[in-house]
Each structure stands twice: as structure tokens, then as C-alpha cells.
Write a protein that binds this ligand. Structure first.
Ligand code: NDP
Length: 300
């Protein structure tokens, strides 16, 4: 049996097309494009690439971007002052602070300073609490993208046995809450879970967000399950002696080839969850713009 490879790039492209139309309609009626401010502190290589991709796609969608690149030694006070200005800026509908932040800055103090209605990452405690209590909220982009991907294969998730491996605040926990709102039966597994392979094997729908290359093996997967792999891990590629220098490649948290032999459908890495995260960020920005213009709700 060979599983279907879930095409995150294609799904993201269709979501982006919808957002582009929404942006055009908003701009025509409001006399301005939705605006997204992106703040990058320091020069972390991966963060720089993520921000570059986000800014490019923001422009492609017709959303106006405001890029703020701050030096690595930026003080917490300086960053909070910038966020305070952006909170008051009428042209800015969404504010994104790229994580991780340098050690001198307390990320929790930064995230709480963002106006909840401009919190397009959904990390503000008010949005976290709203989601946890099933109220309309800004929902974190990666979990939102994961649910879109699962529904693209399965449609309705009601009653499904779902396992989420990983319980971080930015992926695992909000994902489990979203799945609960979809009426799935959700188990959260983590580093303390005993016999995690058996727990995963119960799942009709398995999400993995741990940050360990190929942790989930084929024998952990129930035959016919749908597998959504959030992990992004850079590993050294096996090279022959002729090749010049070390080479690396990206792999997920799931052993992809093994999963393809057992599952019904699997997301690849890259090309699965990653593109959906950005597409959902732009959709959240559009939603925030509508909310601020009084022409929409943020609904989950
Ligand atoms: P965190 O490190 O914040 O959380 C990892 C979670 O995995 C923790 O809950 C941890 O458990 C659990 N875990 C770690 N090791 C094991 C193990 N051996 N068995 C079971 N559970 C384990 O990671 P993130 O949630 O931020 O990210 C996870 C992965 O997703 C990373 O590879 C990251 O790069 C990727 N990512 C991808 C995104 C995308 O757009 N595609 C966006 C965000 C993240 P415990 O709580 O017990 O410590």
C-alpha cells in the first residue's frame, strides 16, 4: 500500500487565492490594504528565512507589510515601545514578533503587550484563553493549517480517534483544543508518555510536533491512518566521498517512507504543514483587518 502524499503547497495556494480576493475586496471598500507588521530581532538564520518568506507572500496577497529588523542587542523596553506604537497605528492590523527572541528579552512580556485584536499569531493569553473556552479567538497559524490539511483528506473530524504528539504552547496544545472543537476524541502524548508507539497506533488521525527527526516509525502508525507531520529538522545527508563538503536536508518528525507504506495519507517535509502556516497567517491578518474595520468576526 502506498499512501497519498498530502500536497500542502497546493492547499496553501488555494487558501492564498481566497485571501487575495478578500484583500482586494477589503482594499476597495476601505481605501487601504490590510497591514501586517513583522518584527525580527537579531540575525538567527532560520528566523531570517521564515521572515523573508512571510514578507514575500504577504506582498503577493496584496497585504501591506511593515518590516522592523532590530539589532540583536535590542532591549526589552525598546521592543515594547515599538509594539506600543504598532498597537496604535491604524494602518497595522496584525503584529507578528518572530520567535525565538534573544536571551535579554522575556518573550511572554512581549506577547502579552500585543493588542489581542492584532495578535495574528494567536499567542496572547487572552486569545489562548478564548480558544481554550471555545470562544471566537485568533488561532495560532500552524495548528490552524494542520486542521485544514486533515480536513482536506477526511472532511468531517467528528468522532475520530486523534493523537497529538507534542504539547507546546504554539503547536500541540492549541491543536488539541481546535480538534476538540471539531468533536474529535483527542489524546495528547509527550515525553512522559509510556509506550508511545501503542498510543500513536490507536489514532485514525496522527499529528506529530516534537522536533525529533523521524521519531515516529512506520510501526507506530495504524494502517489507513492520516498523518500530519509538523516537525522541521535539518539533518546531515549521507554523502559519498566525492561530494564537496557536508550536505544537509530537511526531514520531519515522522519517518516518511515508512509512513507511506502504512498510512492512508501523509504530509511531506518540506511541502506539507510549512506552506499552510504562512497561508493561515495571511488569513488571520485579513480576519484582523475586517474585525478592526467592523466588517467581520474573528470566529475560530
Ligand atoms: P517544542 O520543543 O516547544 O515542544 C516539543 C514537544 O514535543 C514537547 O511537548 C515535548 O514533550 C514533546 N517531545 C519531545 N521529545 C519527545 C519524545 N521523544 N516523545 C514524545 N514527545 C516528545 O517544539 P514545537 O512544538 O515548537 O515544535 C515542534 C516541531 O515542529 C519542531 O520541529 C519545529 O521546528 C516544528 N514547527 C514547524 C512549524 C511549521 O510551520 N511547519 C511551526 C512550528 C514548529 P514535553 O512537553 O514532555 O517536554
Amino acid at each position: 500500500m502506498t499512501a497519498k502524499k498530502i500536497d500542502g503547497l497546493a492547499l496553501a495556494a488555494s487558501l492564498l487565492a481566497i485571501t487575495r480576493d478578500d484583500v482586494a475586496a477589503f482594499s476597495a471598500t476601505q481605501g487601504r490594504a490590510p497591514g501586517l507588521a513583522v518584527i525580527l530581532v537579531g540575525e538567527d538564520a532560520a528566523s531570517t528565512v521564515y521572515v523573508r518568506n512571510k514578507l514575500k507572500q504577504t506582498g503577493d496577497a496584496g497585504i501591506r507589510s511593515y518590516e522592523h529588523r532590530l539589532p540583536p542587542d535590542t532591549s526589552q523596553q525598546g521592543l515594547l515601545a515599538l509594539i506600543s506604537d504598532l498597537n496604535l497605528d491604524d494602518n497595522v492590523d496584525g503584529i507578528l514578533v518572530q520567535l525565538p527572541l534573544p536571551a535579554q528579552i522575556d518573550a511572554s512580556k512581549v506577547l502579552i503587550a500585543i493588542a489581542p485584536e492584532k495578535d495574528v499569531d494567536g499567542f496572547h493569553p487572552m486569545n489562548v484563553g478564548m480558544l481554550a473556552t471555545g470562544k471566537p479567538a485568533m488561532v495560532p497559524c500552524t495548528p490552524l493549517g494542520c486542521v485544514f490539511l486533515a480536513k482536506s483528506v477526511l472532511g468531517n473530524l467528528t468522532g475520530l480517534e486523534v493523537v497529538v504528539v507534542g504539547r507546546s504552547n504554539i503547536v500541540g496544545k492549541p491543536l488539541a483544543q481546535l480538534l476538540g472543537l471539531e468533536n474529535a476524541t483527542v489524546t495528547i502524548a509527550h515525553s512522559g508518555t509510556q509506550d508511545i508507539g501503542s498510543v500513536c497506533r490507536r489514532a485514525d488521525l496522527l499529528f506529530v510536533a516534537v522536533g525529533h527527526a523521524e521519531l515516529v516509525r512506520g510501526e507506530w502508525i495504524k494502517p489507513g491512518a492520516v498523518v500530519i507531520d509538523v516537525g522541521i529538522n535539518r539533518v546531515t545527508r549521507a554523502t559519498d566521498s566525492e561530494s564537496a563538503g557536508p550536505q544537509t536536508r530537511l526531514v520531519g518528525d515522522v519517518a516518511f517512507e515508512e509512513a507511506m507504506k502504512v498510512a492512508r495519507a501523509v504530509t511531506p517535509v518540506p511541502g506539507g504543514v510549512g506552506p499552510m502556516t504562512i497561508a493561515c497567517l495571511l488569513q488571520n491578518t485579513m480576519r484582523a483587518a475586517r474585525l478592526r474595520a467592523g466588517t467581520g468576526t474573528i470566529g475560530i
